[in-house]
Design a protein. Structure first.
Length: 52
């Protein structure tokens, strides 16, 4: 049976996308929290203000 690493590559791609957006985060803790939320597809906290 061949081994497929597509799932790992997909998660690595998600982590890279989050790290490219990391300039918004002030601390490493915020970056890690956002990484966990993106990887686990957790709900985000609603913001007080919306930017349109």
């Amino acid at each position: 049976m061949p081994i497929n690493n597509g799932v790992v590559e997909g998660l690595n791609n998600k982590a890279k996308v989050v790290s490219h957006k990391a300039y918004r985060f002030r601390t490493a803790d915020h970056f890690i929290c956002n990484l966990y939320h993106c990887m686990a597809n957790l709900p985000t906290i609603p913001l007080m203000h919306r930017f349109v």
